[in-house]
Design a protein around this ligand. Structure first.
Ligand SMILES: *Cc1c(COP(=O)(O)O)cnc(C)c1O
Length: 363
């Protein structure tokens, strides 16, 4: 018996896991960080002081409230969840996606989403032993609704994820197409509204109209990415079942206290969000003025753009040399060939990015 370590790994670890590549997060070093849709703004010093004062009273020696009842009540109001609907909280919305997948997993079960979209839907589905079906978007990144409807008919997905607005493309799908998909789906449809703070529309109010709709939000893109807090809104009949896949105490005491504090200072977060939306328009126009680029409209806090054929890697590297980190999507290939994605930063960061682009493109 001379099984070496790599053979042991191969024998023991499930093929679905070995086939995955781990979610890669590059080390930003001292770069201007425009790769991960983070809010670039710190809190005013007096607000930091008040927050630290609040944390003095948090009992680190005690387990958290497992239901995070006080924070849940607060989020029900702040997120305009319709009356009669419930909320389930996750350690980021990534954990909620995982809970949803675990709750419906089975050998013949399918998770469906348009492609390209948020990569965690596929990754989590495969880890949970579900089959993932991606339905290509049209060339302008709108939904191919006939293709979605026939894929739903043929594959009867247990879960359909629709990111609204979509990541990495930044657009809102047509609301009427989404209504048709919700009506046609035999399973749950999850509207992932991670970028709701930057978008002009939401399906939160539509929860009342459909039994099979759930709406997911996160505080990450509002300026609290470090807290890890996501929420899933919908009918208690679904959420009470999905809740059984949740690890107890998934929302830690520091997150519970800090999120409530941040919601007490919602005006500060909303001010930052409004600034980012205004700067998004300027950044869009500055990129659109560069003749070799195609710039896509955005309802999120990032902008997707397409470079001249074969140029994306060199532009990404040129930015990196100038200490600016964005996201290179070109390697994903297909519809994202030659595409780069930049997060809207502070006006100074955006100006540095635009200046670097002009230099790289010889403008
Ligand atoms: C960033 C993002 C998430 C993840 O949010 P977390 O709450 O930070 O886990 C979910 N969905 C989409 C579409 C995202 O872009």
């Amino acid at each position: 018996m001379s099984e070496d370590l790599s053979q042991q790994v191969e024998r023991l670890i499930r093929p679905a896991i070995r086939a995955l590549s781990a979610y890669h997060v590059p080390d930003p070093g001292d770069c201007i960080k425009l790769d991960a849709m983070e809010n670039p703004y710190p809190w005013p010093p007096e607000m930091v002081g008040a927050w630290l004062e609040r944390l003095r009273h948090v009992s680190l020696n005690r387990y958290p409230d497992p239901a995070a009842a006080s924070l849940r009540q607060r989020l029900l109001a702040e997120m305009e969840v319709p009356a009669g609907m419930d909320l389930l909280l996750g350690n980021g919305s990534d954990e909620l996606i995982q809970m949803l997948a675990l709750a419906v997993a089975g050998p013949d079960r399918v998770v469906m989403a348009p492609a390209p979209t948020f990569v965690m839907y596929r990754m989590i589905a495969e880890v949970a032993g579900l089959r993932f079906a991606g339905v290509p978007l049209q060339e302008d990144f709108s939904l191919d609704t006939p293709a979605m409807l026939s894929a739903i008919e043929a594959q009867q997905p247990a879960l359909v994820f629709l990111a609204y607005p979509n990541n990495p493309t930044g657009n809102l799908f047509a609301a009427e197409d989404i209504h048709r998909i919700i009506r046609a789906a035999p399973g749950l449809v999850v509207l992932d509204e991670a970028y709701a703070a930057f978008a002009s529309d939401s399906f939160m109010a539509a929860l009342a109209d459909y039994d099979n709709l759930l709406v997911m939000r996160t505080v990450s893109k509002m300026g609290l990415a470090g807290l890890r807090l996501g929420l899933l809104a919908g009918r208690a009949e679904w959420l009470s079942e999905i809740d059984k896949t949740r690890l107890p105490y998934n929302i830690n005491v520091l997150t519970q206290a800090s999120a409530e504090f941040a919601l007490d200072h919602r005006r500060v977060l909303d001010g930052q969000t409004a600034q980012i939306r205004a700067d998004r328009a300027q950044l869009h126009d500055a990129l659109a003025a560069m003749p070799s680029l195609t710039v896509y409209p955005s309802e999120a806090n990032f902008i997707l753009f397409r470079t001249a054929a074969g140029e994306a890697d060199a532009i990404f590297a040129g930015l990196r040399e100038r200490d600016i980190l964005i996201k290179n999507l070109s390697q994903a290939g297909g519809m994202l060939s030659d595409c780069l994605r930049v997060t809207v930063g502070t006006p100074e960061e955006n100006a540095a990015f635009i200046a670097a682009m002009q230099e790289i493109l010889d403008l």
